[in-house]
Design a protein around this ligand. Structure first.
Ligand code: SF4
Length: 494
């Protein structure tokens, strides 16, 4: 819901949630909103929530929207008027206020008798803990205004939904009834709100940063809270891969150099420790050569870019299904010659058939197909094979030949500047710095998805459309080019 109407020290469900994550976060949101730094994914998450909310409304054509026009006071009045009229139609954004807490309810549906069913719409595929808090705040406020709430549910995406007809989202949602679970939270809401208001009336609360700063949401005040923190160690224990640093933090050790080598539990951690402390890169050339020796020629280096909307766009796709709209393919002959192929669909139509055809046409029928973190590429090809039966044999033959460069890199290369990561963007600057992503217009998968959405929105000018196309092509090409160079340098072939 909009925060526009929450007066100073007034609260909303999201502010109560912020308080429960961290009192300091709520205080800063109200008193120092200028200190917030929003992460790059916030806008995309908001857009997804908005789209899913609109679909939930469209699925109830008899529903009435409570407009906040000209302000939330008007929404409060319109809600009261509608409820007093006795009309038993669903309401969207019904607005209630109690004890300075103002909530707008996604959907209010008639239940038995005079009672109502409160529905919180979410774009996730399951109920999360903080959804329960959101719902409880709303149930508490609505009940305190005299509304009878007999049911309360989170309406989330049904992961099994498959779009059968374009734009027909009946069945997209599943309701999980939560009233019994949230009753204890509802009972405690009054006290929580009082505590939140006390915090707001005081000075900025003291609160150390910690795990709570990223759950349930990445906190937008992290930079503010860290501004006076002493600089941490140059090589903290958190560079140990796969969360290996947590154990040492729990023992009070933050600096990797303070951790005795012989207490590290596996060879990978010991390798990271040695490379970090000595500054010498771990590079097992023979190991890399052995690992890749069985990769037959010609080698086809493959990378997909995908889009996975919460509400499926194309018939036959599921929520969040990763649909490939682009791939880059470098084909490398044993003698060293390399040829580049690519596919990109920006017409907004279902890209899968054209992608599958291009993949079959452009991928050699023999030789290894190489990806980085290959389970992703293999899954996309297997999905295409399951969809297009006439291409299934060719696609499965490609999937069967896929091998993975990531474990080869992980086993045979570590430079301390990777700081515990073997993502290709962490490895590349340490082994092929000339292939930097920083100069590219599209720098990562998230930006590629944003570019795809903008290019297919119908709102981009022809010039902008061309720029987006160009940026996407360069980015995906860089991914496969990087793999070719990385493999050669791992095996010290150039
Ligand atoms: S960064 Fe952490 S400590 Fe600071 S306000 Fe946010 S959640 Fe609280």
């Amino acid at each position: 819901m909009s925060e526009a109407g929450a007066r100073i020290y007034g609260l909303s469900k999201s502010r109560v949630t912020a308080f429960e994550q961290c009192p300091r976060r709520l205080w800063l949101a109200v008193h120092r909103p200028d200190a917030a730094v929003h992460d790059s994914g916030a806008e995309a998450r908001f857009a997804t929530g908005h789209e899913v909310g609109e679909i939930a409304c469209r699925l109830l054509p008899e529903g009435v929207m409570i407009e906040a026009d000209p302000d939330l006071g008007a929404a409060l009045d319109a809600t009261t008027a509608h409820l007093e009229s006795g009309a038993r139609t669903p309401l969207f954004e019904a607005t209630f206020q109690h004890d300075g807490v103002l909530v707008r309810v996604d959907v209010l549906e008639p239940s038995g008798g005079a009672a109502w069913r409160m529905v919180e719409v979410k774009s996730s595929i399951r109920v999360k803990d903080y959804h329960l808090g959101d719902l409880a705040t709303q149930v508490w406020v609505a009940r305190e205004t005299g509304l009878q709430i007999a049911e309360a549910a989170v309406r989330h995406i049904d992961a099994d939904f498959v779009l059968q007809r374009e734009g027909d989202f009946s069945g997209l949602f599943a309701d999980t009834d939560c009233l019994d679970v949230i009753e204890p939270i509802v009972a405690g809401r009054s006290a929580v709100v009082r505590e939140a208001r006390d915090v707001l009336a005081g000075e900025e609360p003291e609160r150390e940063t910690g795990d709570h700063c990223s759950s349930p949401f990445p906190c937008e005040f992290r930079a503010w809270c860290d501004r006076n923190a002493p600089p941490g160690p140059e090589w903290p224990v958190t560079v140990l891969p796969r969360g290996g640093g947590k154990r040492w933090l729990a023992e009070g050790l933050a600096d990797l150099g303070d951790v005795p080598l012989d207490r590290l539990s596996n060879a990978m951690e010991q390798r990271v420790w040695r490379a970090t402390m000595s500054g010498e890169t771990w590079h097992d050339v023979q190991g890399a050569r052995r690992a890749m020796a069985g990769w037959t020629w010609p080698r086809a280096w493959l990378d997909f870019e995908t889009i996975g909307p919460a509400a499926p766009r194309w018939v036959g796709t599921r929520p969040y299904q990763q649909v490939p709209f682009q791939f880059s393919l470098h084909v490398e002959e044993e003698g060293g010659a390399v040829e580049h192929h690519e596919f990109l669909s920006l017409d907004g139509l279902d890209p899968r058939r054209a992608c599958a055809e291009a993949l079959v046409a452009l991928t050699p029928t023999t030789g290894a197909v190489i990806a980085y973190n290959a389970s992703f590429e293999r899954s996309r090809i297997t999905e295409l094979a399951a969809t297009f039966h006439d291409l299934a044999a060719s696609l499965e033959a490609i999937a069967d030949r896929i091998v993975d460069l990531l474990p080869v890199t992980r086993a045979n290369w570590y430079h301390r500047d990777q700081r515990g990561s073997w993502s290709i963007k962490a490895v590349l600057p340490t082994i092929a710095p000339e292939l930097d992503y920083a100069a590219l217009a599209v720098k990562d998968g998230g930006q590629a998805q944003e570019a795809y959405l903008e290019a297919t929105s119908g709102r981009a000018t022809p010039e902008r459309g061309q720029a987006l196309r160009h940026g996407l092509l360069k980015y995906c090409r860089r991914d496969t080019e990087a793999m070719v160079v990385l493999a050669r340098r791992l095996a010290r072939l150039n």
